[in-house]
Design a protein around this ligand. Structure first.
Ligand SMILES: C[S@@+](CC[C@H](N)C(=O)[O-])C[C@H]1O[C@@H](n2cnc3c(N)ncnc32)[C@H](O)[C@@H]1O
Length: 198
């Protein structure tokens, strides 16, 4: 759990590779990016990108836009930067070591925000989501994903996680909530929502 929260050192590097190689991890990351409706000129942020699988999929869609990522693990920043070396070199992918509690500036408003199996680690997640909402343009999108990894996790564990994510997003002021499920073992829940227009 400690390494999942903040992968560090050699063990953290190996944990990152495990995240990257595990089939279900890859599937859930590619899947959520497909749900976000990313457009070529979009400016997208991922919080807690780990080894950078979703970052690569986002960069493949936002071909004329910008993909930002923050992760508080130096080990994950280095691993994701290697995986996304071409995008980093072209200044389309921007990976920063930062915690969601101390968000850096991303310049112009964002079109979409994404977090995969990360919200559970954030302190005061409602406040974090409010801060992220302020970075989004009106009608900007957010996707929060949970695939519970606790021992014995089942379909019910995923359903409860989805309810918790919906509750957090509603409290943070997001609207138009929708839940999608990917049938893995255990299932993956993705809660999509919008920043209101007014
Ligand atoms: C379980 S891993 C998931 C990684 C990736 N999203 C995936 O699905 O493969 C959680 C990631 O969130 C990052 N993280 C956890 N708490 C964070 C925080 N407060 N601020 C920034 N990143 C955080 C960790 O460093 C780790 O890379």
């Amino acid at each position: 759990m400690r390494q999942a929260h903040q992968p560090q050192g050699l063990v953290g590097w190996a944990v990152g590779w495990m995240f990257a190689l595990r089939r279900s991890n890859r599937q859930r990351n590619i899947w959520v990016v497909s749900l976000l409706d990313v457009q070529p000129t979009d400016r997208v942020l991922e919080v807690g990108f780990g080894p950078g699988i979703a970052i690569a999929a986002l960069a493949g869609r936002a071909t004329r836009g910008h993909v930002f990522g923050i992760d508080h693990s130096e080990t994950m920043v280095r691993q994701a930067a290697r995986r996304n070396a071409a995008g980093v070199r072209d200044h389309r992918v921007h990976l920063t070591r930062a915690s969601v509690e101390q968000l850096p500036s991303f310049g112009d408003p964002l079109d979409a925000v994404l977090a995969v199996n990360s919200v559970g680690f954030w302190p005061d997640p409602v406040e974090r989501l409010r801060e992220l909402r302020r970075l989004l343009r009106p009608a900007g999108r957010i996707a929060l994903v949970s695939q519970p990894r606790c021992p014995g996790a089942t379909r019910d564990t995923t359903a409860r996680a989805a309810e918790e994510l919906q509750d957090l997003l509603t409290q943070a002021g997001f609207t138009d909530l929708r839940v999608k499920t990917l049938e893995l073992d255990p299932p993956v829940a993705c809660v999509l929502a919008h920043n209101p227009t007014t």
